[in-house]
Ligand binder design. Structure first.
Ligand code: SF4
Length: 139
């Protein structure tokens, strides 16, 4: 595994994230170190696996997980519920949006009900929309 992501990979992930935040009406965390850490984690996975696997989860087998789409950024929870586990795409106050999550979702237990200030934008109904930035197999 490459411990230090390349400048190009980090820049690519930043470009994606800026675009996706704009598209979904979300913001980056007010602490830039949070954003930087997530972008670097995504870039590391992209370099290692060829795909931007979410860096905030534990995977028994990362390569196997990367073959699925569930946890490729933007992950299914973000696309469906506008909820980002990693706090990359949040409200301007830094809280993750939980309004659209099912009541039993772990995000609701962790954060309570956090309203979406831009409720009319950013949720995708299908899994095929809004493909991620760094799928090298699709370039
Ligand atoms: Fe991870 Fe999903 Fe957030 Fe991307 S959108 S950083 S995959 S939790």
């Amino acid at each position: 595994m490459e411990d230090v992501p390349s400048t190009e990979d980090v820049a690519r992930m930043r470009h994606f994230a800026e675009h996706y935040a704009g598209k979904t009406g979300t913001a980056f965390h007010p602490d830039p170190e949070v954003t930087e850490a997530v972008l670097r984690g995504l870039a590391r996975h992209r370099a290692e696996l060829g795909r931007p696997l979410c860096p905030c989860r534990f995977y028994p087998d990362k390569r196997e997980e990367a073959r699925r789409r569930t946890w490729l950024c933007a992950c299914d929870d973000m696309k469906r519920f506008k909820y980002c586990h990693c706090l990359l795409f949040v409200r301007p106050d830094g809280l993750p949006i939980t309004e659209h999550l099912p009541a039993e979702h772990e995000g609701r237990a962790a954060w309570g009900l956090v309203a979406d200030p831009t409720s009319g934008s950013g949720r995708e109904s299908g899994r095929s929309m809004g493909s991620g930035p760094g799928d090298r197999t699709g370039e």
